[in-house]
Design a protein around this ligand. Structure first.
Ligand SMILES: [Zn+2]
Length: 89
């Protein structure tokens, strides 16, 4: 559907998370990124070291992929800090 709309000359802007809390591709966003003409990745700042954060680290022990929450449930982490926290998983 998105490709058909783009082929019709309609400008489409989509925003979403590209990875889940485990760092795995999330929902339809990876497929949409593949057919996009332009991609801008927007990052937060790692709460541990101040580098650019690519990951949403879940503070809760809950395992379901979709879990709504804010600062009480997620924190942005850079690759190094995310790997360090998850190295035993
Ligand atoms: Zn960090």
């Amino acid at each position: 559907m998105v490709v058909k709309l783009a082929d019709m000359g309609i400008r489409i802007i989509i925003a979403g998370l590209d990875m889940d809390f485990k760092g795995k591709p999330f929902g339809p966003i990876p497929d949409l990124m593949a057919v996009a003409d332009h991609i801008t990745k927007v990052h937060a700042i790692c709460v541990k070291c101040g580098n650019i954060a690519q990951f949403s680290h879940r503070l809760s022990e809950k395992e379901q992929v979709v879990l709504l929450g804010e600062k009480d449930v997620y924190e942005p982490l850079c690759r190094g800090c995310f790997r360090e926290i998850n190295k035993n998983q």
